[in-house]
Ligand binder design. Structure first.
Ligand SMILES: C[S@@+](CC[C@H](N)C(=O)[O-])C[C@H]1O[C@@H](n2cnc3c(N)ncnc32)[C@H](O)[C@@H]1O
Length: 364
C-alpha cells in the first residue's frame, strides 16, 4: 500500500519539472525574438575621433566595429574589408599631411537600410598656429614656456660672449623667454612662425628697447629671408620635438651653414636611450605629442656630415634643476613630465625610453 501510494509521486514530479523547463525555454525564446525584433527600433548615433596614427589604424577600426556591434549594426562581411582599407588609407594620408591630424568617424542610423549605419570619415589637421592657440588658451598664462630663460642657453651664450657682444639666432623663439635675456649679450634674430607669439615677442623687445629683430618665419620655410650667415650662436630650445626625422635632416645642415667658424649650435632634443630602431608606433605617436625623438647615432651622423662636433651633452631636467634659482623650479607645470618623455609614455613606473637632452655642437 505504501509502495502503491508512493509510486505515482515520482512521475508527477517529473511532469512538473518538464513543464517548467519548457515554459522557461519558451519564455527565453520569446524574449530573444522580441529583443531581436526591437533591434529595428533601436538607434544610435555618435562620433569617434583620435589622432591619425597609421600604426593604430587596425586598433581604432576594431574599436569602431565593437561600437557598431553594440549598436546592433555590425558591418556586413562584404563591406568590412573595403571600409577597413579606406580607413587605413585615410589615417595614413592624415598623418602625412600633419602629425597633429585627427580623424573623426561620425555614424548615424541609415535612412535607406534598416540594420545599417551611415558613416562619414573626415580628417582635421590643425596648423602649428592653431595648435599653439589651443595650447596658449589651455595654459592661461602669459609665460607659457616659463618665466626664466634656460640656464644652459645663458651659459653657452656667456661662453661665446667672453670677448664682446655676439650675434645670435633664436630659432622657434616663442614669446622671447630666451631671446630677451640673450639680447643683453648681443644682437638677436628671433625666428618664430606663430604670429601670436612673434607679436608678443616684438612688443616685449620694443618695450625694453632690446636689439631683437623678429622674423615671422619657420626654419623649414622654403625661402628664408633676412638671416645672416655668421651667427656666433644658434639656439633652438624646445623646437626639435616638433620636427620629423626628415625635418631634422634639413634643419641641422641649414643652421650649421648660418654659424661662423667656432660658433655654437645649442638645441635640446629627445634622445632615445637605446640605439635600436624604434617601433613605427612610437615614432608616429611621438610626433603627434610634441616629443619626436632621435637616436644618438643619427644625431652624430647628421652633425658630422655638416661639420659640427659635439661639445656638451647633458640631461635638460638635471641641468636646469641644478642651475635654477631657489623657488623657481620647475619652470612650468608640464616641463618635467614632458622632458622625461611622459607625454608619450604616460605615467608608467618604468623609466621612459627617451629623455630631453641639451646638445651643444661647435662648428669647426
Ligand atoms: C615649446 S615652444 C618653445 C619656445 C621658446 N624656444 C622657448 O623655449 O621658450 C616651441 C616653439 O617652436 C616653434 N616652432 C615650431 N616649428 C618651428 C619651425 N619649423 N621653425 C621655427 N620655429 C618652430 C613654435 O612656434 C614654438 O614657438
Amino acid at each position: 500500500m505504501r509502495t502503491r501510494e508512493s509510486a505515482p509521486t515520482v512521475p508527477q514530479k517529473k511532469t512538473v519539472y518538464f513543464s517548467r523547463a519548457s515554459r522557461s525555454a519558451r519564455a527565453s525564446a520569446d524574449r530573444s525574438a522580441i529583443v531581436d525584433r526591437l533591434k529595428l527600433r533601436t538607434s544610435g548615433a555618435g562620433s569617434f575621433s583620435a589622432p591619425c596614427i597609421p600604426s593604430l589604424s587596425d586598433h581604432y577600426f576594431d574599436k569602431l566595429m565593437r561600437i557598431f556591434e553594440a549598436l546592433d549594426r555590425p558591418l556586413q562581411a562584404g563591406e568590412l574589408a573595403a571600409m577597413r582599407a579606406t580607413f587605413r588609407e585615410q589615417l595614413q594620408a592624415g598623418f602625412d599631411s600633419s602629425p597633429y591630424a585627427r580623424f573623426v568617424l561620425a555614424y548615424r542610423p541609415s535612412e535607406s537600410r534598416p540594420f545599417a549605419l551611415d558613416c562619414t570619415l573626415s580628417v582635421v589637421a590643425p596648423s602649428l598656429g592653431e595648435q599653439y592657440e589651443d595650447f596658449l588658451e589651455s595654459t592661461g598664462t602669459s609665460e607659457p614656456f616659463g618665466a626664466q630663460p634656460d640656464a644652459m642657453v645663458l651659459q653657452v651664450a656667456r661662453d661665446q660672449a667672453h670677448s664682446g657682444p655676439i650675434s645670435i639666432l633664436d630659432v622657434g623663439a616663442g614669446n622671447g623667454r630666451n631671446s630677451l635675456p640673450l639680447a643683453r649679450l648681443g644682437a638677436v634674430d628671433a625666428l618664430e612662425p606663430v604670429s601670436t607669439l612673434a607679436a608678443a615677442l616684438a612688443r616685449a623687445a620694443e618695450a625694453e628697447a632690446l636689439p631683437v629683430r623678429v622674423l615671422t618665419q619657420g626654419i623649414l620655410d622654403e625661402r628664408l629671408e633676412g638671416l645672416r650667415d655668421n651667427y656666433d650662436l644658434v639656439v633652438m630650445s624646445e623646437v626639435t620635438p616638433h620636427f620629423s626625422r626628415r625635418d631634422l635632416n634639413v634643419v641641422l645642415p641649414r643652421v650649421a651653414g648660418l654659424l661662423s667658424p667656432g660658433g655654437s649650435l645649442l638645441f635640446n632634443a629627445f634622445v632615445a636611450r637605446s640605439n635600436s630602431r624604434p617601433e613605427p608606433l612610437a615614432e608616429e605617436a611621438a610626433q603627434s605629442v610634441w616629443s619626436t625623438f632621435f637616436s644618438r647615432e643619427e644625431l652624430t651622423a647628421i652633425a658630422s656630415s655638416c661639420g659640427l662636433s659635439l661639445h656638451q651633452d647633458a640631461s635638460c631636467v638635471d641641468y636646469e634643476r641644478q642651475h635654477s634659482e631657489p623657488g623657481l623650479w620647475p619652470p612650468t607645470a608640464w616641463y618635467v613630465n614632458w622632458a622625461n618623455g611622459r607625454n608619450l609614455f604616460g605615467d608608467t613606473s618604468s623609466e621612459p625610453s627617451i629623455e630631453l637632452r641639451w646638445l651643444e655642437y661647435r662648428r669647426g
